[in-house]
Design a protein around this ligand. Sequence first.
Ligand code: NAD
Length: 495
Amino acid sequence: MDQAAVDALRHKAVPSQRLFIGGAWSEARERAALDVVSPLDGRRLTSIADADAGDVDRAVTAARNAFDAGTWSRAAPAFRKKVLHKIADLIEAHALELAVLGVRDNGTEIGMAFKAEPGSAAGTFRYYAEALDKIYGEIAPTQDGVLGLIHREPVGVVGAIVPWNFPMMIGAWKLAPALAAGNSVVLKPAEGASLSLLRLAELCAEAGLPEGVLNVVTGRGQVAGEALGLHMGVDVLAFTGSGGVGRRLLEYSARSNLKRIYLELGGKSPNIVFADAPDLERAATVSISGIFRNSGQVCVAGSRLLVEKRVHNDFVEKLVDRVGKLKVGDPLDVTTNIGAVSSAEQLEKNLRYVAQAREEGAGLKAGGSRILEETGGYYMAPTVFDDVSPAMTLAQEEVFGPVLAVIPFEDEAEAIRIANATDYGLAAAVWTSDLARAHRMVRAVNAGVVHVNTYGGADNTVPLGGHKQSGNGHDKSLHAFDKYINLKTAWIDLT
Ligand code: NAD
């Protein structure tokens, strides 16, 4: 990536942002706004509109009107495909601008952000553009004299609430299949990462997405998010974020119209290294990026590293050596490995977990503190705790920061017991040369994805979804369509 091109964008003024409703920009009803503070230097970057329930109602009404008008919901699939491809083209054409804007908002290192945000979002729009006219209804095998048809229809108005860690990537995981299926969407970005999604809305309009089909309401989760969750006009709510908010959404649904709620929640994912791993050097390198990329703010982060006792000491040495070589700092420096923690609150939360792990007796091997305080930004040294026991807080709770818990184990049975001993079940990895063991572990570990001899990297062709308290439903792959489609039976008497 070209540093000069990044630098040309790093100080570009960002005007105060408004809501995107019915194809036009508008202020929040009370002209309320929230300051956006950049984690790079702790300074105010701009402001976003702070929507209230009335604003959310305007957005849902616009989405419903667009749906009922049929300009998108009943449009020929070929038209929807063309528009979604055009959105992908525009994301690619503006990729660096989008990536830098997002980094200034949430602090992800630019190398990662460029690939994971516009890069992956464009790929997701293309994937669902290609898929949308290859999904057919069905003819049921009924008795003679009857025709049973199974239609697949858009559900109506989809609410999408997304977090701040990868706003465009996760936003696209919801928007692209929901739009491809013919729905209208009201998107609620996180307070700490709205800017790139607002720009995306503008690009969607430029690509020809009809008015009202995509609406973006920014603001506080407890206000705008709650209003969306409680709204009687929202048919499906697709959410990525914390378990606590996920629980509330289920309550909102119960208190309102029983809207379908799909939850993609957190994790405490076990990354399990056996002594017979094919290449322990590579396992150490990949395990480091598996936890520390985006400052550990990755739902599938391998935050529990289970290491077989026979190789444990050597392996921890390799880890600590690699952690020492990571370059932490300015996320807009293209040589940086780890950027900023997304906010002051998140940094404080990380440091509280560090203090608690020390109190509970875990052994600090690297990091553990805030760094680069003189920049005003929120930076944290990548942190490794060794000899963490499975019952410690650090082995049970999601930190969502650059903190790794190393847990030694004796044998395969113990590794499985420890791996499954949390409330979560999002991701896992197993490093082994034994093919039979790899398959046994894939079956035994209760998680939505189990990597073998790697960590991360799954693409759009495979689903991502949690087991246990990591959620329900799936993003990505053709399975994601299920969330945004209603099945309708036509039972036709032919006699
Ligand atoms: P969060 O739950 O605090 O916020 C997520 C979104 O919910 C934000 O847009 C927020 O404004 C909104 N919100 C907050 N309170 C709300 C309420 N009362 N009603 C409705 N909406 C509300 O989560 P976060 O801190 O932004 O993100 C971190 C969490 O997301 C972590 O737990 C992480 O593991 C999880 N995550 C999961 C995945 C996945 O695919 N499973 C991916 C990324 C992040």
